[in-house]
Design a protein around this ligand. Structure first.
Ligand SMILES: Cc1ncc(COP(=O)(O)O)c(C=O)c1O
Length: 409
């Protein structure tokens, strides 16, 4: 029997005792809802909120995140790939979905059949979309958002080519120019003037389009960092990703009222007594200096608990940090147990969670790994079941075999 349930009061006990694999990602849909509502209030009535749910909703589960966000103020969704958009449609979501792209020509017809808006950066692609649209029995014109490269030097049309591209779109039967957008490269850096320069270049292109008599549709640029920084960048729509999940796009963190939605938990699989000089794990990269107790936790790098955390991170057991001992392996990790606290097989482990659990948060782990929270949450593997909470109770569990239990959410 677990001795330490009282220490993980931020989660209902059923999170640990429910059926299925003990290592699970717990996603509080109320946090997603409250975060969406926060940004909805922040941006004011003249601006639409687009929830960015690419990469399976940054690892949280795209469909359930999308529904929670749409119920609490988001009107649009963004994904990175056509398949991600199709998955939302297959789940019955009919809100406008933009594929941020780029995509291959072979994906265009599926995208149009699924009523996905596409990002377009060159006239050849626009022509390919027009030709595909002409062949399909579509109910409405194919929706395109002109993507402008204002300084990221990734995907996008140059400012010089934007008017010609927009002309090609509006001239083609079967296409509609629904929006013009760009993406900021350094909105998380308040010392950089790049965001202002990108924003100014977007204005120049919008003036050019205006002079050419081409309506731009929805104009959008701001990501989480820009939204958290300044109302100046909001325009017609903002694309909020990481902050919707309650994680920080920048060192400044997230404002009060925005909280992380996902924690990662497991249970102790074995308690082992280490003797002085015992090595732990592959390569014995940790050696016990003296007798010590350790616990085995069934999580590894194939779950997204990265090998770079070997000997560097800690997990929360009984409210105390239990440091990772030795290498994180594919499926298992050993942690040292805090002295003086009884720990038994089956006790809850908080791998990532709030500070009172003794576990690091996502942003803490990211700093340890010299990476960003984005990479860690989006890297949580499909084999880790997602357990969803509403009003403090488990409402659904999604695993490798789909939804294994649900009370409707
Ligand atoms: C084009 C585009 N817009 C918006 C976003 C959302 O960014 P963030 O998660 O920083 O809010 C991304 C994320 O990478 C993106 O690629």
């Amino acid at each position: 029997m677990a001795t330490t349930d009282r220490r993980v009061g931020f989660l209902p006990p059923e999170v640990f005792t429910g059926p299925g694999r003990v290592t699970r990602a717990v996603v509080d849909l109320d946090a997603i809802a409250e975060n969406a509502a926060h940004f909805r209030r922040l941006i004011g009535p003249g601006t639409e909120l687009m929830a960015v749910v690419k990469a399976n909703g940054y690892g949280h589960g795209a469909t359930r995140v999308a529904r929670a966000a749409l119920e609490h103020g988001a009107s649009h969704l963004a994904v990175a790939t056509v398949d991600e958009g199709r998955a939302l449609r297959a789940a019955g979501i009919d809100a406008p979905v933009l594929v941020l792209g780029p995509i291959g020509d072979a994906e265009i017809s599926e995208a149009l059949r699924s009523d996905l808006a596409l990002a377009v950066a060159d006239p050849l692609f626009a022509r390919a979309v027009a030709m595909t649209a002409a062949r399909l029995p579509l109910n409405s014109p194919a929706s395109l958002h002109l993507k402008l490269d204002t300084g990221m030097r990734r995907f996008g049309a140059t400012a010089d080519g934007a008017v010609a591209l927009a002309r090609a779109i509006v001239a083609a039967p079967g296409l509609t120019l629904s929006g013009v957008f760009t993406h900021f490269a350094a909105a998380d850096d308040p010392d950089s003037d790049l965001t202002d320069r990108q924003d100014a270049l977007l204005d120049t292109v919008l003036d050019d389009l205006d002079r050419a008599g081409i309506p731009a549709g929805l104009v959008h640029a701001a990501n989480s960092a820009a939204v958290l920084r300044d109302r100046r960048f909001d325009r017609g729509l903002v694309r909020v990703g990481i902050a919707l999940y309650g994680l920080a796009p920048a060192a400044e963190g997230v404002p009060p009222g925005v909280r992380p939605a996902m924690s990662l938990v497991s249970r102790v699989a074995r308690v082992v007594d280490l003797h002085a000089d015992d090595g732990v794990g592959y390569g014995h990269t940790y050696r016990a200096g003296a007798a010590e107790r350790a616990a085995l936790v069934p999580i590894g790098y194939a779950d997204g608990y990265r090998r770079g955390l070997s000997n560097r991170a800690a997990m929360g057991i009984g409210g105390f940090p239990a440091p990772v001992r030795g290498r994180v392996s594919m499926d298992q990790t050993v942690v040292g147990l805090p002295t003086g606290h009884p720990v038994e097989v089956g006790d809850p482990v908080v791998v990532v969670g709030p500070p009172e659990t003794g576990a690091p948060g996502w942003d803490d782990l990211a700093r340890t790994m010299d990476t960003i929270g984005y990479e860690l949450v989006s890297g949580i593997a499909p084999r880790v079941p997602r357990v969803y909470l509403r009003r403090g109770h488990v409402v659904a569990t999604d695993g490798l075999f789909g939804t294994e239990a649900s009370s409707g959410c």
